[in-house]
Design a protein around this ligand. Structure first.
Ligand code: HGY
Ligand code: MN
Ligand code: MN
Length: 416
């Protein structure tokens, strides 16, 4: 007689259909998604997710950062819940699976438990964190950061997007300001299923990433002050050229990251020039340097070298240089007991697997500060993510959700 849930498998078609239905909301222009946080599309995605949670018999709580917590009751009312989730917000040119696989994989695990009438000692809470991406409002993982006590609610509410709109005002506008104090909930454990967003699992032919660590990160926002002047009539020796300083800093960041190999990255994804006119030298150049590595000392060395060398590059050009550390988390070591639950689940289900360090940041990085936490990853095609062409197979999604379901049940304790 096999134990209840021993050979459990989730419903791959139901999971895939849910992912495809969510992908219809906030469509991109090239097959992916633009469902940025606190936009009308985000609100529409939240409402669809809410309807699915209610259909699965879950009770929904929302905190003051808009994070959604859908609870499946446990048999022991005093047992802390096992939280399982990720995020539904996307990059402006995001894929269909980044974050979404983790939220809907968690929902599919609960739907499967419902199908089989499985009861657990601990409640299970399916979670959608607000503003994981940090694309519209920096920093990334903003809501989970408030939940973990890293940011205050006021700090988060005052973050502004490129149009100068405030996070707190936009959350209110879409009607998703919840009544729960952020971080009041206590977790027995937190699990997050996510696409790898890198090339390793596919290259190694593995179905499952048993995530042991996550790279640490610094986001350094530089504001360079040049002198607005005519690009045609201003002699070269008279220019105070913020754009030139920016270019030299970009080259230097590349050099620092390459010197820090292996397992370190550095680059820039966003720049704004003002006045951003073709024939005006920029008076102000703002950009964010993104550096990451799993080695704490190396991470901080890279940060210090970049800040120091940028100041010298700007001084040599007479350009003003200010830097603000707008995003940071130290390298994360996930909880060995939960990592073992994931590995055992993959083993039991016959999925190929390997240990993995997450290159991207996730809400799990902040959850790990307040609860036992770990992650599960599935491959993605060509390692591509934060690109509308992001792609995974239904089989990879199902394998990840199967392992998630078993690891969660192991931790939430099936009550026969
Ligand atoms: O930046 C990250 O690693 C995540 O995609 N927010
Ligand atoms: Mn993500
Ligand atoms: Mn992302």
């Amino acid at each position: 007689m096999t134990a209840p849930g021993e050979n459990l498998r989730i419903n791959p078609d139901r999971l895939w259909d849910s992912i495809m239905d969510m992908a219809k909301i906030g469509p991109g222009i090239a097959g992916g998604n633009n469902r940025q946080t606190l936009t009308d599309a985000d609100a529409e995605g939240r409402n669809l997710f809410k309807s699915w949670c209610e259909a699965a018999g879950l009770s929904l709580g929302v905190d003051k950062m808009g994070t959604m917590f859908a609870t499946r009751p446990g048999e022991d009312p005093d047992a802390l819940p096992v939280y399982v989730g990720s995020h539904l917000d996307t990059q402006p040119t995001g894929g269909k699976y980044d974050g979404v696989l983790g939220v809907l994989g968690a929902l599919e695990a609960v739907r499967t438990m419902n199908d089989l009438g499985i009861k657990t000692k601990h409640p299970i809470v399916v979670t959608n964190w607000t503003n994981e991406e940090g694309a519209r409002f920096a920093p990334a993982m903003l809501a989970s950061g408030v939940f973990a006590g890293v940011h205050t609610l006021d700090y988060a509410y005052d973050r502004v997007d490129l149009e100068g709109l405030r996070f707190g005002d936009e959350l209110k506008r879409i009607g998703w300001v919840g009544d729960e104090d952020v971080g009041a909930r206590k977790m027995h454990a937190y699990f997050e299923l996510h696409i790898e967003q890198g090339p390793i699992l596919e290259a190694e032919g593995k179905d499952i990433g048993v995530v042991t660590h996550c790279q640490g990160l610094w986001w350094l926002e530089f504001t360079l002050t040049g002198k607005e002047a005519h690009t045609g009539s201003t002699p070269m020796e008279m220019r105070v050229n913020g754009g030139l300083a920016m270019a030299r800093i970009f080259e230097m960041v590349q050099e620092v990251a390459m010197a820090a190999q292996p397992n370190a990255v550095g680059g820039v994804g966003q720049v704004t020039f003002s006045p951003n006119s073709r024939n005006v030298l920029p008076g102000k150049v703002v950009f964010t340097v993104d550096i990451r590595t799993v080695d704490q000392a190396k991470l901080d060395r890279m940060r210090d070298e970049i800040e120091d060398r940028a100041a010298r590059i700007c001084a040599a050009l007479g350009v003003g240089c200010a830097v603000e550390r707008v995003g940071h988390f130290d390298p994360v070591t996930f909880t060995p007991e939960l990592v073992a639950n994931v590995r055992n689940a993959a083993e039991k289900l016959g999925y190929s697997h390997m240990n993995l360090v997450s290159g991207a940041g996730h809400d799990a990085c902040w959850a790990a500060k307040v609860a036992p936490t770990t992650m599960i990853m599935c491959p993605c095609v060509g390692g591509l993510s934060h690109n509308e062409a992001e792609d995974i197979s239904k089989e990879w999604a199902a394998a990840g959700a199967d392992v998630l379901c078993h690891a969660v049940l192991e931790t939430a304790e099936i009550v026969a």
